[in-house]
Design a protein around this ligand. Sequence first.
Ligand code: K1U
Ligand code: ZN
Length: 168
Amino acid sequence: MALLTILEYPDPRLRTKARPVTAFDAELRQRIEDMFETMYAAPGIGLAASQIDWHHQLIVMDLTEDRSGRQVFINPEILSKEGSAAGEEGCLSVPGIYDDVPRAERISARWQDADGQWQQQSLDGLLAVCLQHEMDHLDGKLFVDYLSELKRQRIRKKLDKERRSRTA
Ligand code: K1U
Ligand code: ZN
């Protein structure tokens, strides 16, 4: 297993559009394991492949505290959206920043699992919010894109300052 580097805002590679996953092989299974290890170490509840600079439609998620709820979403599609839920979100690519983002409250989605089998389910609560956040990553979109330009400027400055003090 390997800990992978998570790209940080405003890295332009985070804007790359992810391509579909086509090979459901041992290499993909290893990447999924590495992404779970990286997400747990961060720590986070979700991670999109775009964040580790692999631009394919792969997401891992675990909303449990005891790491018992591993979920893998490959080539996900949202079929329908209902309601609205504006909640506070964080992002491992924008460390230490939390803000409200407007999301659909319930979604119906389909995706492939690690064996390539199609799954379809209605999702709500944090699972629905997290999947929308991670699917934005696959589209090259970040939660800060929903905020004002002034907030984004402040966030860029804060993260720059933190990076400079880390490397000093
Ligand atoms: O995509 C990411 O960067 C992961 C992100 C997912 C997410 C969180 C909240 C709302 C929407 C999407 C995170 O995991 S941020 C960290 C976090 O939420 C968390 C960390 C430790 C324990 C519990 C939560
Ligand atoms: Zn994120």
